[in-house]
Design a protein around this ligand. Structure first.
Ligand SMILES: [Zn+2]
Ligand SMILES: [Zn+2]
Length: 719
């Protein structure tokens, strides 16, 4: 009976009474002994990451020397952000006849697996294009950049990556930037000796505009000549009210002698940091009643009002509103459109004029990228509100859709379910892939014609449909809303987690996960109730696909033999070459020349549905593939060509299956020692070559193997 139980378990109908001799085998932990790590080694590591001038004090004159060496130091927030993204590299690639740009910054740039974005290169290019235009001063630098899309797309990840990216970039020599502090020890009404600029301004703002413009002209010349500068550098805006106060105070003391004033300024390196509230701010509106303007703009510091004796003294202001904090870097607002209308006007000034206007305090010039995120319902509400027209005019929307390519969706899950998170458990092959397939199917529009949704998903995934040529770009263009509805990756991740938590076997398989996905649709807040029936039908579609895939895999395992595969592949190739060149094939044993064996070639091609009309194209394709490899000095290996490999394997399977005891495979009492021995070999192969563990290898043989066997028996009966 054990075999039955195993098969049921694989189907995901619960493990009631399931007993198995094959114990879960969490992969043996690293055999390497834990090395001892000395404090010296730890310190040396930290030493390498040290920023050499982090605490150094520069005079203003030294700073000017420095920017003349490297004018990139004075880039504005948009320019720095854009260059930061480019600094990680750019690639282009072609897919289905279309060229795509890929910014490597979005693939886990810090290598710690924390964040990566998959499968939305087009949307990311839209976003980076906006940053580029903003860097060049073409308009978007005066807009709120609004990431818009359904729940649980990569919107938040993109924000997080940009924040972290800026932090890291500011630590590098290429990305560095500076700010300054005042020496105020000369004044006896000051509680401290030094006062840093509260919004970490660019030191060149200390120069009056005409002088500054002259310097910038020189900087731009150097920037173009030495750095190929693709945009114009500028340092806009006046000093913040607090710095302006000290500036004026010293100017009065020194009778407008700027040089003497600047001697009281110390320039310091600025390391952007979300944690330290330097140049990176995140913001999420509270509920409507509790929204407070000061959160964005800052407010009075009543303790300092006491010290300075006036509530309009710029020194008594708290420059801790998030827009002040974000100066020099990035403001990243979650659900931005949930803000009350009045407050959205603060953003209007911040974007349009780069200015914030707190109560009882003069205007503050800020230099920050304003990024917001919003879901569709909120966006539509604001869009429909006429009074918000000015605001709507000043946003640049970037659509961040769901992923529509199964392999990319799968990567999202793979990224999530790795390392300690899965607790040493095994995830059977095809589990994440089938979950991803289902998620993508829920996001597709019906293609119409005689194309099914499953076929569409495969086409989007770069797979070919046998015997058809479909214009994938046209399919995509016909389905404008695709990517903006359907099931979120979050639901799928939740369900896989649930399967992992409930698991007692040490391994979860695709049937268990599909069951989870099916059974919890009603209880999940993000699932559109009106579509539950449709989603369930799609689960059936995926189950059928999974069954095919598993059967195929079992067939492969049973028939797989690299040596045979190579031999039959070589023979096929010899005949194809002779056929294409109108030559004869030399028989190695008899030395005779013979006509290419048409029947033999067709028996292979038919395995993957190549019709008589398509055979010439296929043969040419294979010949091209092989000569391309030969040109690169690689030898012929049919396993490297997916279609050819599949055709050859199926042919081998055809030839071999006569010798397989199918009744033993389906029987519960498979006591046949030969069968047992073979089964053990298959399990080994499944583990070695296909990523199975003991639990799922045995299950897939029992379950899919039985299906294969039943099908073969039926076929024999028919014959
Ligand atoms: Zn300042
Ligand atoms: Zn497993």
């Amino acid at each position: 009976m054990r075999e039955q139980v195993g098969a049921e378990r694989w189907r995901g109908s619960g493990g009631a009474g399931a007993s198995s001799s094959s114990s879960p085998s969490p992969s043996a932990s690293a055999s390497e002994p834990l090395r001892t790590l000395s404090i010296q080694e730890i310190v040396r590591q930290a030493q390498r990451e040290r920023i050499p001038d982090k605490y150094r004090a520069y005079s203003f004159a030294e700073y000017v020397e420095m920017v003349l060496e490297d004018p990139r130091i004075v880039r504005n927030a948009y320019q720095r952000l854009y260059d930061m993204i480019l600094s990680h590299g750019v690639e282009t690639y072609k897919r289905q006849g279309k060229e795509y740009v890929h910014y490597k910054f979005f693939d886990d740039p810090f290598g710690d697996g924390a964040d990566a974005v998959f499968g939305i290169d087009e949307a990311l290019k839209d976003l980076v294009d906006i940053f580029e235009a903003a860097a060049k001063g073409l308009g978007p630098e005066r807009r709120i950049i609004l990431l818009h899309g359904p729940v649980a797309t990569a919107k938040s990840t993109i924000g997080r990556l940009l924040r972290r990216g800026l932090e890291e970039y500011s630590k590098t020599p290429e990305g560095r930037l500076y700010t300054f502090e005042w020496d105020v020890s000369a004044f006896d009404d000051e509680p401290a000796d030094t006062v840093p600029c509260p919004i970490h301004e660019e030191p060149l703002r200390l120069l009056p505009l005409p002088v500054r413009k002259e310097l910038l002209k020189r900087l731009n010349r150097i920037f173009k000549e030495r750095f190929n500068g693709p945009y114009e550098l500028d340092v806009e805006g006046d000093l913040c009210p607090k710095c302006r106060f000290y500036f004026n105070r010293y100017m009065a003391r020194y009778n407008d002698d700027l040089e003497k004033v600047l001697q009281h300024v110390t320039v310091r390196r600025l390391i952007l940091s979300e944690q330290d509230r330097k140049g990176i701010a995140t913001f999420e509106p509270k509920d409507k009643k509790n929204q407070d303007e000061e959160e964005l703009t800052g407010g009075m510091n009543w303790r300092l009002v006491q010290v300075y004796g006036s509530d309009s003294d710029p020194r008594a202001f708290n420059y801790d509103g998030e827009l002040c904090v974000a100066n020099r870097g990035l403001f990243d607002g979650e659900e931005l459109l949930k803000l009350q209308e009045e407050f959205l006007y603060d953003f209007l000034h911040a974007t349009q004029e780069h200015v914030i206007k707190p109560k009882k305090n003069p205007r503050i010039y800020i230099d920050t990228v304003i990024l917001g995120r919003t879901n569709n319902p909120e966006y539509r509400r604001v869009k429909a509100n006429e009074r918000m027209e000015a605001f709507n005019d000043r946003t640049r929307k970037v659509d961040i859709p769901y992923v529509l390519r199964v392999s990319d969706e799968q990567k999202i899950y793979e990224k999530f379910f790795q390392g300690p998170r899965i607790g040493g458990k095994h995830i059977a092959p095809h589990t994440l892939e089938m979950a991803a397939l289902w998620a993508v199917l829920t996001r597709l529009e019906e293609p119409g014609g005689d194309l099914t949704r499953l076929q569409k998903a495969k086409l989007y995934n770069g797979e070919a449909i046998i015997g058809r040529s479909v214009d994938v770009q046209k399919l995509k263009e016909e389905a404008k809303n695709e990517g903006f509805f359907g099931v979120s990756p979050r639901y799928v991740i939740d369900m896989i987690s649930k399967a992992l938590v409930n698991d007692k076997e040490g391994c979860i398989n695709p049937y268990i996960v599909l069951r989870m996905l099916e059974d919890n649709l009603k209880d999940h807040s993000t699932i559109d109730e009106s579509r539950i029936d449709e989603y369930k039908e799609l689960i059936e579609v995926v189950r059928e696909e999974l069954s095919q895939v598993c059967q195929e895999e079992v067939r492969r395992v049973i028939s797989h033999d690299p040596k045979e595969l190579h031999e039959i592949g070589q023979k096929y190739f010899d005949h194809v070459l002779a056929y294409l060149n109108d030559e004869k094939v030399l028989d190695k044993y008899t030395g005779e020349e013979r006509e290419p064996d048409e029947e033999f070639m067709r028996s292979i091609e038919k395995q993957i549905g190549i019709t008589e009309a398509q055979k010439d194209d296929f043969r040419q394709e294979i010949a091209n593939w092989i000569s391309e490899r030969a040109r690169k000095g690689e030898s012929f290996n049919p396993e490297d060509n997916d279609r050819l490999r599949r055709a050859l394997e199926r042919k081998l399977w055809e030839d071999k299956k006569r010798n397989i005891n199918f009744s033993a495979m389906v029987s519960d009492l498979s006591t046949d020692p030969e069968h047992k021995k073979r089964k053990a070999q298959w399990i080994e192969r499944l583990k070695r070559e296909f990523g199975y563990c003991d639990v799922c290898a045995e299950n897939v043989i029992d379950h899919a193997g039985a299906e294969v066997a039943r099908e073969e028996l039926r076929r024999r009966e028919r014959a």
